[in-house]
Design a protein around this ligand. Structure first.
Ligand code: AMP
Ligand code: MN
Ligand code: MN
Ligand code: MN
Length: 288
């Protein structure tokens, strides 16, 4: 079992726990090295780092950047970033800036589909109003009785082709990688299996093209073990990591006790042959 968990969310983005609650939970569950990776926002890092110090846990600064690539939305996790690096701070500010207007459009679209008053309801669930997103809409729609759980709300209302889906332009892939790399961090392609499933999922050829471009732009790692992958996908993406000479990362992608595929920590070991992403910064510490 891995005692690293390098992908999770607090209520600074769309998790339900505060950064401190999240770190406490990770510590209780045996995590020794953790990264907080909120979507497009680094405001939880100071609190999480202080909480981690209380548990003698190693804390890694992280973020998960939303990216538009061709017709797909991708998530690029930055690990071991420097949160004060101005291009990263400014870049994330620009990524966040469209969320308010997108939320209004989502609410209008849902109103047309006969569901009113969603905007106010969704903001009620957003711990950080700058980071309003689909998960907050989903939680409100569950509360209002439209679906039994968050997953069903996504399937029925919030994914491409459904009434509450609003297309959006996120960061450009090259920018996201350069903000992360420029700050001294490692760029990780998050949960690659998710891009290959569903009605608009990419095929193997497009995944190959994506990984080629990702590496050319400075991407260094692939999330092999993540909450949304099956064991077959661990093996599949371990093979891609080997083919593209990428490091392997692991994280639960935990969002909250009642919503996630996987809780913090206790992640299964990498398939044989993977080189763990922490080699990137642990080697640097040894040299220094
Ligand atoms: P947003 O950045 O506002 O588009 O929201 C993206 C977030 O929605 C992801 O990080 C997940 O937490 C959540 N999400 C996306 N797709 C699904 C899904 N099919 N089921 C449940 N949650 C999802
Ligand atoms: Mn999320
Ligand atoms: Mn993600
Ligand atoms: Mn995530």
């Amino acid at each position: 079992m891995l005692d690293y968990d390098l992908h999770c969310h607090s209520n600074i983005s769309d998790g339900t726990l505060t950064p401190t609650e999240l770190v406490n939970r990770a510590a209780e569950r045996g995590v020794k090295v953790m990264a907080l990776t909120d979507h497009d926002d680094m405001d939880g890092l100071d609190e999480a780092r202080a909480a981690a110090a209380q548990h003698s846990m190693t804390f890694i600064n992280g973020v998960e950047v939303s990216v538009s690539w061709r017709t797909h939305t991708l998530h690029i996790v930055g690990l071991n970033i420097a949160p004060a690096y101005p291009p990263l701070v400014e870049g994330l500010r620009s990524v966040r800036s469209g969320r308010g207007e997108r939320a209004r459009k989502m609410s209008d679209a849902l109103a047309k589909a006969g569901i009113g008053g969603v905007l106010e309801g969704a903001y009620h669930y957003a711990g950080n109003p700058n980071m309003i997103g689909r998960t907050h809409f989903a939680r409100y729609l569950v509360e209002a009785g439209h679906c039994k759980d968050v997953k069903s709300v996504f399937n029925r209302y919030l994914v491409k082709g459904k009434p509450g889906y609003v297309p959006h332009q996120w960061a450009v892939l090259a920018d996201a990688i350069s903000w992360i790399r420029g700050s001294g961090g490692v760029a990780v392609l998050a949960h690659p299996g998710r891009y290959m499933t569903g009605r608009d999922g990419m095929g193997k050829k497009t995944m190959q093209e994506l990984l080629t471009e990702f590496v050319e732009l400075g991407g260094q790692a692939l999330e092999v073990v993540t909450g949304s992958h099956t064991p077959e996908q661990y093996a599949e993406f371990a093979r891609y990591a080997e083919e593209f000479n990428l490091l392997a990362s692991c994280g639960s992608d935990f969002h909250g006790p009642s919503e996630s595929y996987r809780d913090m920590g206790r992640l299964p070991d990498f398939p044989l042959g993977c080189r763990p992403v922490w080699e990137a910064w642990e080697a640097a510490v040894k040299v220094a």
